[in-house]
Design a protein around this ligand. Structure first.
Ligand code: G3I
Length: 352
């Protein structure tokens, strides 16, 4: 059974593609993507550092392949991401003498970037994560160069420029830990202010980088409701469930920055499943996905799309974050591209 067909009447089911999948170099991956997903997001290929590495140099090759991949398979194509503090070259904020740009000059640079990127894919990319991760964990906006130089106004401008470049594209704000009450509140206020100023914002993407036990369903649910009440669509983006302990969970001191060479082993307490995922944890992961999808199903009137941050365990960023060199199992397909218990759990949660 296909995931996207199973959820067809509720919301789209998306997946993030990595560089190799974008190039269509792996037929196993390709057939799974085609069968189970009706939306794609590029994991890295449209980020500023990749697509606009030098002031006068754009590199569209991978992004073009990504968009063509989606078009050929009739998928809902999401661009990720236009304005972010990370994966952005230092020159973005400097003039040719190496001095920091003023607000006007930085806004112009931002507009040029958005015009060029969104403009190139006008009518082809269906939606954009316009601003990514502009809020902080606690109350307030992230002290990024964007905020420091332009002020809060940069948020609305980014959406406005994207809208001018493609008036038909859906435009989103995307961030992590939006289940946390403080951060939820910050983003609720931000979206309210944007809407009061008639800024074209159509959705909030709640990144779903979750653990087996936290956050609670109640916290996630509160946020889905709070954003939906503002009159925007809610997207569950970047979904994955880490099964590994955090540094705080276990009593070992290990600093990856101090390890001797890349081959140094991560202590077993921090990397317990190198030989495979035990059945009991496999089952726990399944149960977690079931409860998450039952929640999403309950709020299907508010949710437009659920996108997984990767296709299979072997390709997940969680093998390298926050501790590099671990073996994680956060997704629905295993390293051999076979469906896991969690995959069947997601199908079961649809209840049809
Ligand atoms: O491609 C190079 C390779 O040539 C080089 O040898 C290697 C050495 O470090 O790096 C490779 O690039 C890495 C890239 O992933 C591709 O694997 C970058 O270092 C690494 O920083 C990059 O990480 C990405 C991360 O964003 C960057 O911040 C992850 O793949 C990607 O999953 C992650 O995605 C973000 C979302 O965009 C926003 N929300 C959070 C999410 C997770 O961090």
């Amino acid at each position: 059974k296909s995931l996207s067909e199973t959820y067809d009447s509720m919301f789209k089911i998306g997946v993030a593609l990595n560089r190799w999948q974008v190039r269509g170099e792996n037929s196993q991956a390709e057939s799974l993507i085609r069968k189970h997903f009706n939306s794609i997001t590029p994991e890295n290929e449209m980020k500023w550092a990749r697509i606009h590495p030098e002031p006068d140099e754009y590199n569209f090759e991978a992004a073009d392949q990504f968009v063509t991949f989606g078009e050929n398979r009739d998928m809902f194509i999401v661009g990720h991401t236009l304005v972010w503090h990370s994966q952005i070259p230092d020159w973005t904020f400097l003039d040719e003498n190496g001095d920091e740009l003023d607000s006007k000059a930085l806004l112009k640079r931002m507009k040029d970037h958005i015009d060029t990127v969104v403009g190139r894919y006008k009518g082809r990319v269906d939606a954009w994560d316009v601003v990514n991760e502009a809020a902080t964990w606690s109350d307030g906006l992230r002290q990024s160069k964007w905020l420091e130089i332009i002020g809060e106004e940069y948020l609305g401008k980014a959406f406005q420029y994207a809208h001018e470049a493609d008036p038909d594209a859906e435009l989103y704000y995307n961030d992590y830990n939006l289940w946390a009450p403080d951060k939820r509140e910050t983003v609720v206020k931000m979206v309210k202010r944007l809407k009061e100023n008639n800024v074209p914002i159509h959705g909030v993407g709640m990144q779903g980088h979750y653990g087996l036990e936290s956050p609670s369903l109640k916290q996630i649910e509160e946020s889905i409701k709070a954003f939906s009440e503002l009159g925007v669509k809610v997207m569950i983006t970047e979904l994955d469930v880490s099964v590994l302990p955090s540094r705080d969970d276990v009593n070992v001191s290990y600093n990856p920055d101090e390890r001797q060479g890349a081959e140094a082993d991560v202590p077993e307490a921090l990397n317990p499943y190198t030989e495979g995922l035990p059945d009991s944890v496999q089952q726990q992961l399944k149960n977690r996905y079931v409860e998450l999808f039952e929640l999403f199903k309950k709020h299907q009137d508010k949710i437009g799309r659920v996108t997984f941050w990767g296709l299979h365990d072997g390709g997940s960023w969680l093998n390298n974050f926050p501790i590099p060199g671990r073996t994680n199992y956060p997704l629905l397909f295993n390293r051999e591209y076979q469906p896991k218990a969690a995959f069947h759990g997601v199908l079961e949660a649809a209840g049809n």
